[in-house]
Design a protein around this ligand. Structure first.
Ligand code: ATP
Length: 335
């Protein structure tokens, strides 16, 4: 689907699919189109082109726009506030108007217990902590048994400890009930922890949609390489199946471009090798970080020192030699 606001192409021909029970994270920086994508799926906005199907039924596009309430989607947004004048139980019952009063109460109670808040039925939202309020929002979103739950940065307003707990509990509820979900986030660690696959976006475009492991091991471009972890970028020359860089020469991963290339390396792609086997480097700084120590190494031909990590128990001399780990090197055309 595509969506344009004036001159801004907020979504540029993005295609995604979600399997039953699958959890997808949409990851990207501010303004990349994440919330627009979610609003289109929710039915709060309509695509200019393309279509959306849920269980094979067209809910948006080609004149088939269905309102949010009949799409079978649940919403849990960062600022999706609870109704302050209603009790917790009444908030959860809100989306259950199709059930009789007694049935709706029973379902709402069940949902509240599922998110760990049994006993808080008669509390008012103002008396809940941020984490409790988000749990109630989850219970409310899940009460009507949606086909898909849409989450727009729902944990970002919580403090670190609460965030992790509410996130883990939310994930457990989704898994237990086999609910498909789309989580919008700008936090790569959150995407990795929460989702089965990650859709990485930039400037309204879908760059790569894969498991975290594939994104980490086989990024499609330098932006994707940077999305899930630290990257060192160096210039290289690809020729005759060999890649030459200031950090040594290795076999080229196939398929790879020829000529001047951009080489992206994860820290684990660079290792300290025995004397005489690598490229010389000079250790500038060591920063102890518990089990690991970060080491800044100056290497001739590089613009900036390399930041490597070593086990804190390892002895690293001031002069080291470095080599590349074959198969861990990403090669892209020079920009
Ligand atoms: N209603 C609107 N009117 C005009 N421009 C809009 C509208 N909604 C979004 N945009 C623009 O579309 C682009 C994508 O916005 P969107 O909110 O989807 O980004 P996002 O990735 O969710 O960002 P954030 O993480 O900051 O919420 C931005 O450039 C934004 O300014």
């Amino acid at each position: 689907m595509s969506r344009r606001y004036g001159r801004t192409l907020a979504l540029d021909d993005v295609s995604l699919s979600l399997s039953p029970g699958e959890i997808l994270a949409v990851l990207g920086d501010s303004g990349c189109g994440k919330s627009t994508l979610l609003r289109l799926v929710a039915g709060l906005d309509a695509p200019d082109a393309g279509e959306i199907r849920i269980d094979g039924r067209r809910v948006a596009g080609r004149g088939g726009d269905e309102p949010p309430e009949t799409r079978g989607v649940g919403l849990m947004f960062q600022d999706y506030a609870l109704f302050p004048h209603l009790t917790v139980l009444a908030n959860i019952r809100f989306g259950l108007s199709h059930l009789s009063g007694a049935q709706a109460r029973a379902v709402a109670r069940e949902r509240l217990a599922e998110v760990g808040l049994a006993g808080r039925e008669e509390s008012y939202p103002a008396t809940l902590s941020g984490g409790e309020a988000q749990r109630v929002a989850l219970a409310r979103a899940l009460a009507p048994r949606p086909r898909v739950l849409l989450l727009d940065e729902p944990f970002s307003n919580l403090d670190a400890g609460t965030r992790e707990r509410v996130r883990a509990d939310t994930l457990a509820v989704l898994r237990q009930d086999g609910i498909s979900a789309i989580l919008v986030t700008h936090d790569a660690a959150e995407a990795v922890e929460f989702a089965d696959r990650i859709a990485l976006m930039r400037g309204g475009r879908l760059i790569q949609c894969d498991t975290a492991e594939t994104l980490y091991r086989a990024p499609v471009d330098p932006f994707a390489a940077k999305a899930l972890g630290e990257i060192v970028t160096v210039a290289g020359l690809a020729s005759g199946g060999r890649l030459t860089t200031p950090l040594g020469t290795v076999r080229l991963p196939a398929p790879a471009p020829e000529g001047a290339v951009q080489v992206c390396l994860r820290p684990e792609a660079i290792r300290i090798v025995p004397p005489g086997e690598g490229v010389p480097g000079r250790v500038l700084r060591r920063s102890f970080a518990g089990a690991i120590t970060r080491i800044d190494v100056d290497v001739a031909g590089l613009d900036a020192p390399l930041r490597l990590t070593a086990a804190s128990d390892d002895v690293v001399e001031d002069r080291v030699e470095l080599g590349l780990v074959e198969g861990r090197v990403f090669v892209f055309p020079s920009p």
